[in-house]
Design a protein around this ligand. Structure first.
Ligand code: FAD
Length: 280
């Protein structure tokens, strides 16, 4: 199974030290967030350059929220000049919790405009986001797929989903996606959950509430990180196995910079069970 790993620029330390073990564990590339996870856009710009110069295969995320067109173009030009050709093109969010996205008066007005721009720069890969459980700005009906089609027509080469906790959410969305005639790879985003309290508040903001069964799995384990780690890996592994049984051969791992947990999940991905094959 092919897998990419998403990280955000670490506050301290070398981003390469965080990224390289994932590549050694078989990740196809590193996906680096832009201004997310508490990091500034400046730190993301620098971290993407550091990875590219260090030869780390990198997909650089870029958003348009709160920026002029010139600012976005300058960032893209700097990255392109350093050899980055993979991007994750995103609209981004309003400047504060719960605030709606409002395009900058001198900025790109939508993710579609951004994708067109990146496509025009000769990117080799442009991933975009999709939401199996709907985005908070979703306008209902099939408007999410209509909008996704506009993103693909603008030049997106693949679609990465927001994280979800039940395989059925992804599979239902995939059925709608295929029925709508969309055929860019639809890569499931997997978030291994270790700290249920932290993830619950983050997930609520994203409109992806944690299922009760998942909360129950971690109940009473605040002081037992070893057991939480085991449950986190097992839960992510079962979700991935279910997707694999449905023919999926790629996933995108949201690492939240938790190297140990993500590397354990990478091992499950690198060495799946092969029926009937004994080691010796
Ligand atoms: P869009 O797809 O442009 O819009 C979001 C949704 O709103 C659409 O799916 C659609 O349902 C609806 N919509 C919008 N416009 C229209 C329209 N004209 N007509 C109909 N429907 C419409 N955030 C960061 O800040 N930095 C990151 O690095 C980052 N990385 C991410 C990576 C992934 C894989 C994902 C899933 C999300 C990431 N995000 C990141 C979060 C993302 O910026 C937010 O979810 C944001 O609110 C939406 O961005 P988008 O590109 O999906 O928006």
């Amino acid at each position: 199974m092919r897998y990419s790993v998403e990280i955000f620029p670490p506050k301290d330390g070398d981003v390469r030290k965080l990224a390289i073990p994932f590549l050694s564990a078989g990740a196809s590339h590193i996906s680096l967030t832009y201004g997310a996870g508490g990091s500034s856009r400046g730190r993301s710009r620098e971290a993407a350059l550091t990875l590219a110069i260090g030869g780390v295969p990198t997909a650089a995320h870029i958003t348009i929220a709160g920026q002029t067109r010139e600012e976005v173009d300058n960032t893209l030009a700097m990255w392109i000049n350093t050899g980055i050709r993979r991007f994750v093109a995103l609209r981004g969010d309003g400047d504060g919790p719960g605030l709606p996205f409002t395009p900058h008066s001198d900025g790109y007005q939508s993710s579609v405009e951004l994708i067109e721009r990146i496509h025009g720069l000769g990117a080799s890969q442009i991933a975009v986001a999709a939401y199996p459980n709907r985005h908070p700005d979703d306008q209902g009906g099939d408007s999410d797929l209509d909008y996704l089609k506009r993103k693909i027509d603008a030049g997106a080469t693949e679609v990465i989903t927001q994280f979800f906790f039940e395989a059925e959410a992804y599979l239902r969305f995939r059925d709608r996606y295929v029925a709508a005639g969309l055929d860019a790879p639809l890569v499931p985003g997997i978030l291994p959950v270790f700290n249920v309290v932290k993830v619950a508040s983050f997930a609520k903001k994203c409109g992806e509430p944690l299922p009760r069964w998942l909360i129950s799995r971690f109940a009473g384990l605040d002081a037992n990180p070893e057991m939480r780690q085991q449950i986190a890996v097992a839960t992510a592994g079962r979700l991935i196995d279910r997707l694999r049984s449905e023919g999926l051969d790629r996933v995108h791992l949201y690492s939240c910079n938790d190297a140990e947990l993500t590397l354990a999940v990478c091992r499950l991905l690198a060495f799946p069970e092969e029926a009937g094959k004994a080691a010796a």
